[in-house]
Design a protein around this ligand. Structure first.
Ligand code: C5P
Length: 412
């Protein structure tokens, strides 16, 4: 997302409405946005007009609705370039699978897509579509590309759909969207002024100069969280085990190898942190003795004496002036039960649990799905999505918890 520097006048919000059944909720959405002091103008795609009339949105917004790219009268008044320049922020709700695909490829075949291409305003997308369309790998890839470009993705929600299906793909409720857009617009950068320390990747515990003990971890989730925190305005310290990923820009990266090094670096960094996110797959044990020469094999069995490594996450949570502490739990069974135990045992504020029994999620995959549990007993399900999308969702949740002006926002 481009740097957000909003002017002191009312924030000018351009609402793009695409053609999905959720468009019928846009009258309410416009009212909720106006209640929150946005100056709202509406652009509709042709398909959107099948679901809600321009007259309705004109009546609630108090301004003519823009639809036609080649309407000479509109262009003479406020044309597509003026609209693109006018907007301080653009919200597309509902954002259909078709329109998302067009945005990804920079198509400019209708007024809305043309405005999006012509504007550098921050873009917020509230996807809505059938659950099977949402799950389609093409849509997943499109969402990942949009998130990588820094656009904000709100939702979708889960539940019963107009077509009778049940699953992920519902547009978030208008009130929820309006609150989240308000938080983004008025809080500007939700973690501005905050310091966030993140661990990522595996640790590697040497046995001898050749062998080691380690865990599966690509580091992708932790790196995606570091990028999302940086975009949210935080000063980010990333303490990374060995991974094949480049340093995210504007993030301070300290590369470590062993759990002991990771612990020491975290100790050095965490004193002034507002948030600590333990995303690393830290080895639980390390060899008591590290051999300085390669151990020669023989025909006998071999035992290695291992010692417990300090739990870095629990160590941070036990400090007197602790930051907001977020952990991860990779479980192959009893996800909720084991994650809840970890949340309490390690005294965390929030835990993101993922089921590692599925081959196509977690570890080295591009995607993940998370059950997020909070210390106040609430929870949130983040459905299968690219790690970039989930990272942004996690940062949004953390910002809600540690932000100053966000207390009015509901978790779904
Ligand atoms: O207990 P378990 O290893 O499943 O907990 C996982 C969480 O604890 C992760 O957030 C991980 O980063 C953190 N952890 C840690 N130090 C360890 C072991 C786990 O920070 N030694």
């Amino acid at each position: 997302m481009p740097d957000i520097t909003f002017p002191s006048h009312k924030i000018k919000l351009l609402l793009g409405v695409c053609g999905g059944i959720a468009a019928y909720k846009c009258a309410d959405l416009v009212r909720r946005l106006i209640e929150r002091d946005f100056d709202v103008r509406v652009v509709m795609t042709a398909a959107a007009t099948e679901f809600i009339t321009p007259m309705t949105l004109q009546a609630v917004s108090g301004h003519p609705v823009h639809m036609d790219q080649f309407d000479a009268e509109m262009e003479a008044g406020m044309g597509h370039i003026e609209l693109a320049r006018w907007a301080d922020i653009i919200l597309v709700a509902p954002a259909t699978a078709n329109s998302l695909a067009k945005f990804v490829h920079g198509e400019a075949d209708n007024l809305l897509t043309t405005i999006l291409l012509a504007s550098n305003a921050p873009l917020i997308l509230a996807p809505a579509m059938n659950q099977q369309m949402w799950k389609n790998p093409t849509t997943e890839q499109n969402l990942a590309s949009l998130a990588k470009l820094g656009h904000t993705i709100l939702g979708p929600g889960v539940g019963e759909q107009a077509c009778g299906d049940v699953g992920a793909g519902r547009m978030l409720e208008p009130l929820d969207i309006a609150q989240r857009v308000q938080a983004i617009a008025f809080a500007k950068q939700s973690l501005a002024g905050k310091t966030v320390v993140i661990t990522a990747g595996p640790t590697v515990e040497a046995i001898d100069p050749v062998r080691y003990i380690s865990n599966h971890s690509s580091g992708k989730m932790g790196y995606a969280i570091a990028k999302a925190a940086q975009r949210a305005g935080a000063h980010v310290e990333l303490v990374s085990g060995p991974v094949h990923l480049g340093d995210p820009s504007n993030v301070v990266v300290t590369r470590v190898t062993s759990a002991a090094e990771m612990l020491q670096t975290v100790k050095d960094k965490v004193a002034n942190a507002d948030v600590f996110i333990g995303c690393a797959a830290v080895a639980d044990y390390s060899p008591v003795e590290v051999f300085c020469h390669k151990i020669k094999k023989n025909d006998e069995q071999m035992s290695l004496k291992l010692q417990r490594n300090t739990d870095i996450l629990a160590w941070v949570a036990a400090q007197p002036n602790r930051p907001y502490v977020v952990g991860f739990a990779a479980e192959s069974q009893n996800l909720r039960e084991f994650a809840t135990k970890k949340l309490h045992k390690k005294k965390l504020n929030m835990i993101c649990a993922n089921d590692i029994s599925s081959d196509c999620l977690g570890f080295n995959s591009e995607n993940n799905a998370l059950l997020v549990l909070f210390d106040d007993g609430s929870e949130k399900i983040l459905n299968v999505a690219a790690k970039e999308v989930l990272a942004q969702n996690i940062i949004d949740e953390i910002a809600l918890a540690v932000g100053e002006n966000d207390s009015s926002i509901n978790r779904e």
